[in-house]
Design a binder for this molecule. Sequence first.
Ligand code: EPZ
Length: 421
Amino acid sequence: MDRIAITGGTPLKGEIAIAGAKNSALKLMVASLLTDQPLELENVPAVADVTALVRILEELGVVATAQAGCMRLDAGSIASTVAPYDLVRKMRASVLVLGPLLARCRQARVSLPGGCAIGTRPVDLHIHGLEALGAEIVLDQGYLVGHARGGLVGADIRFPQVSVGATEHVMMAATLARGVTVLRNVAREPEIVDLARCLVAMGARIEGAGGEAIRIEGVERLGGARHRVIPDRIETGTYIMAAAATDGELELLDTSLDHLGAAVDALERSGVAVEATNRGIRVRRANGRLAAVDAATAPYPGFPTDLQAQMMALMTTARGESHLEENIFENRFMHVPELMRMGADIQVHGGSAIVNGVARLRGAPVMATDLRASVCLVLAGLIAEGETVVNRVYHLDRGYERLVEKLGACGALIERQSGSA
Ligand code: EPZ
């Protein structure tokens, strides 16, 4: 298993090109199942989760070709409606193929993804949403087996809890349902707006994405489209924090502050200066040591859970006491013991962490069990004295395109080493 070795203490200087959003690209790729015409996606990030999803789509009969960030997905004929356990368990988001397969083929057999490191993460909201559209879904040997014999039918659905995946899943399925679907208490993440835009370009009738309710008027068929994936707001936020943490100065290209919601506000309060440029964003510290700030994760436009771990790395050496609250996932503080091994002063009480800023972190061998926790340790390694070795690099590969190269080009002393963990 590869690992990343970092010698901390160098301010990052230079520019980093931000990739397309992983969490948008994955859903857009799934949308290709809704049509027999090719879907062309530009700005698809070269990350392992995308590769994993390509394998699942290929299993279903989709012909995928990719060149320089542009991916062409042709689901002209669906060869299989079964998404097997071995492929689905590698990436939870692949359960989203269920709805599109039901909408187009009226049947599907998709492995239930199971738990993951950041919590149990059920998919009940997805299933209830599809059932409300008339699908019959049963669990058989770990598989969700769905039928929509007469086709899906539009419905008025209020989600009991805001869910990004369930909103996207049911929205996709409803594009081909008979009649009108209204989804209420939906997630409002930029990735949902991006998916809706692409579906509309494919011929879907969708209004209200990004707001509190989404109205979908079902159509008989969808066609092909060409669509550009939005910039990755979480990668953007991660590199903003990397620049600020190391007291460096970075220009982040092909991105903007538009989708960063409450994160920008928290960073500015902490003393991070971010400004829009004509190529993207410039970031540096406003003046000296950062100040501790509080942040509580919430659905968009609140502070994103996917930046909570990185924010904690930043707060480890900020002046004062920071309270960070995790409200989306029940087990998303796995980075805490690892940061403490590097000298951070953190106390966790349930879903809240109190971080007391220390003067410095010290390098250590560390490992994490999910993507954002791993990148948090990379940030900690960039500011720590001495060497930090981050094990289990495959977590980072899932969602950060060429992380070592991007940071290395800005002066970080960082190296990927092959070997066992
Ligand atoms: C998406 O996950 C993202 N993943 C996550 O990104 C992100 O952390 C999350 O949204 C929140 O922003 C992708 O887009 C692929 P949810 P998703 O459904 O859709 C509970 C990353 O690091 N819930 O909004 O799975 C759930 O357990 C990741 O890139 C149910 O109870 O998140 C959680 O507590 C990880 N039943 C809450 O809702 C359900 O049926 C919100 O989850 C569905 C969700």
